[in-house]
Design a protein around this ligand. Structure first.
Ligand code: C2E
Ligand code: MG
Ligand code: MG
Ligand code: MG
Length: 289
């Protein structure tokens, strides 16, 4: 009996410790947002049919905590969502990403990424002001809407379907494209998917992992579904050359993963573009040798 009680006490203590920890992180995150110490890293998305192209980069938020070191976005995005900080965090990333894409356009010209992908939290998508927020950032930074892609998850679309669909329609009317992230891990109905204004389906990393273990069934189904709906299929989390070959055979359009590149600081992306994946000479336009 005593042992049981002890265990409860231990659980209690652990739960309290965890809550304290979450509270501390929340305060630190609020501070980080205030002083601007979050960063954005960019992971290349490459084309299977044109190895010299750079169709997109995905903006991924980074937080180097002064004492804890790097905190995973999986963890602090959740904290931001739970504590009313996600809109500010999301706007910060959107603004950084759009400004950065404008800078790359100027610095790299034709070699610049064609689009920048920004993750939108379900809470952001559920906010009435999201369309205006995006329009304002595009206007402020001067980024053409066609160079912005917003990544949303199926789960974000389950609540208040009509309103989210309407917001996506308005964003697309502006010229912004939309990707359905982590596809296959959420709860969307296939009937609803057909009516969704999206341009890309992102095959979740877990299904790309299964490819490596000899199970192409789900990846194959998602790619087929994307194509039958007229969407492009993007595979996430490609780590092995055999996965690339399997994805090519299944007809995937775009791939993203550590096999190609990790998320990088903007300057590193420029170096990567110049040295690792240079444009083919023929693509430099008329007059070039
Ligand atoms: P996501 O949007 O699905 O992003 C892909 C995640 O997979 C990133 O993790 C990326 O670094 C990781 N990844 C890419 N290639 C590979 C690979 O080959 N192998 C493995 N194991 N992982 C790979 P990250 O940066 O830790 O972000 C995790 C999640 O946090 C993101 O998943 C997204 O849901 C969320 N997130 C990140 N940045 C933001 C943001 O600015 N706003 C919002 N709302 N969410 C964000
Ligand atoms: Mg994403
Ligand atoms: Mg994803
Ligand atoms: Mg994810």
């Amino acid at each position: 009996k005593g042992e049981g009680r002890n265990r409860v006490a231990l659980c209690d203590a652990a739960a309290r410790e965890e809550a304290r920890d979450a509270l501390a992180l929340t305060l630190d995150l609020r501070e980080a947002l205030k002083v601007g110490s979050l960063r954005v890293a960019y992971q290349p998305v490459v084309s299977l049919s044109d190895p010299a192209a750079l169709p997109a980069v995905e903006a991924l938020v980074r937080w180097d905590h002064p004492e804890r070191g790097p905190v995973s976005p999986e963890q602090f995005v959740k904290i931001a969502e739970a504590n009313g900080l996600i809109e500010e965090l999301g706007l910060f990333v959107l603004d950084q990403a759009c400004s950065q894409q404008v800078a790359w356009n100027a610095e790299l010209g034709e070699a610049a990424p064609r689009k920048v992908n920004v993750n939108l939290s379900a809470i952001q998508l559920s906010s009435r002001g999201v369309v205006d927020d995006v329009a304002r950032v595009l206007a402020r930074t001067g980024l053409p809407a066609a160079q912005l892609c917003l990544e949303v998850t199926e789960t974000a679309l389950v609540h208040d379907r009509e309103a989210s669909r309407d917001r996506l329609l308005r964003l697309r009317a502006m010229g912004v494209s939309v990707a359905l992230d982590d596809f296959g891990t959420g709860y969307s109905s296939l009937a609803y998917l057909r009516q969704l204004p999206v341009d890309y389906l992102k095959v979740d990393r877990s299904f790309v992992e299964e490819l490596h273990r000899g199970h192409p069934e789900v990846a194959s189904a998602v790619i087929g579904l994307a194509h039958s709906l007229g969407l492009s299929a993007v595979a996430e989390g490609v780590e092995h050359p055999e996965q690339t070959e399997a994805l090519r055979a299944l007809g995937a359009d775009l791939v993203q993963g550590w096999l190609y590149a990790r998320a990088m600081a903007p300057a590193d992306l420029v170096a990567w573009r110049r040295d690792v994946r240079p444009l083919r000479p023929g693509r430099r336009g008329a007059g070039a040798p």
